[in-house]
Design a protein around this ligand. Structure first.
Ligand code: PLP
Length: 301
């Protein structure tokens, strides 16, 4: 199980034995979802394990906590070091990292004056999110019957624990219907994002992605903006309807977990030629080269 692995987890400033990194059943965040986290990845490079865009992930964790009104009792530098240590002390070559900020079991409800913010970072080895084949073949997705958060119901610029109940419901529905992922529409019916991914479509050589109104400000999304500009492609942020996805030449998801993942079908409609499109492939190749330290551009990442 996830709980009985060998290794070390960074918890509140110390490395603790993986199996001892426990919380009580009355943990506040477990009950109310008030907490935030990150999904970060380290890749094997010539320089050893390198955490991709670590600073941006740490910055977003602080923004998430700020939105929730939680104060992280560590500096950003300490959190960066904690993530590096979680990889190094577990001797990982490549890893998924999960930093999390949560209220412990010191108090219940927000009125308790003894609420305490805890921070943990776990890192473990991780295979391709949806399997190796999906990276070239693409995935089948369905429009979810669940709506992405209204801008005033839970805060989707925070990568908040509570937001993921909606994502899990959408993902379960998609998996139950034989698809690999869900596409959530916003409150007005426009395309928002996947359960844990941003979406791009390509039409006549131009990339389109939804504005950030009701989706997470994805770091991979931002990476694609940079790569597309470097390649001379235009990226437009705009409202997208589901039928625009049906008739797109190409579509792909982006995310730390999903990386750059082609979408070959939405709601049973083939997208483009039904295989990974050429622009998707170009961006995906750049992405893998970048995270594996094979590109000279963006050394600060
Ligand atoms: N949208 C949601 C809801 C997510 O959970 C994620 C993953 O963190 C993303 C988009 C993609 O963000 P990123 O590229 O920063 O991983």
């Amino acid at each position: 199980t996830m709980a009985d692995r060998e290794g070390l987890i960074w918890l509140d400033g110390e490395m603790v034995d993986w199996r001892e990194a426990k919380v009580h059943v009355l943990t506040h965040t477990l009950h109310y979802g008030m907490g935030c986290f990150e999904g970060v990845r380290a890749y094997e490079t010539d320089r050893g394990a390198a955490i991709f865009r670590l600073q941006e992930h740490t910055d977003r964790l602080y923004r998430s906590a700020h939105i929730l009104g939680m104060e992280i009792p560590f500096s950003k530098e300490e959190l960066n070091q904690a993530q590096k240590d979680a990889v190094a002390k577990n001797n990982l070559k490549q890893a998924y990292l999960r930093p999390m900020v949560f209220f412990g079991s010191e108090g219940m409800g927000l009125r308790a004056d003894n609420l305490k913010v805890h921070v943990m970072v776990a890192a473990w080895e991780w295979p391709a999110y949806m399997g190796e084949e999906a990276k070239t073949k693409g995935i089948r997705i369905r429009t979810s019957s669940y709506t992405r958060h209204h801008v005033n119901i839970t805060m989707c610029k925070a990568k908040a624990n509570g937001n993921y109940m909606n994502s899990m419901l959408a993902l379960r529905e998609a998996l139950d219907s034989g698809c690999e992922e869900a596409l959530l529409l916003d409150n007005e019916g426009y395309v928002a994002e996947g359960s844990g991914e941003n979406i791009f479509i390509v039409r006549d050589g131009v990339l389109y992605t939804p504005e950030l109104t009701s989706c997470l400000d994805g770091i991979t999304r931002n990476t694609i903006f940079k790569f597309a500009a470097d390649l001379g492609y235009q990226v437009k942020e705009k409202r997208i309807t589901r039928d625009e996805v049906y008739v797109a030449d190409e579509a792909f998801f982006t995310g730390t977990a999903a990386e750059v993942l082609p979408i070959r079908e939405l709601d049973g409609r083939k997208i483009g030629t039904g295989v990974r499109g050429p622009i998707t492939e170009q961006l995906q190749t750049m992405y893998f080269d970048q995270v594996m330290g094979k590109r000279e551009a963006y050394p600060e990442w």
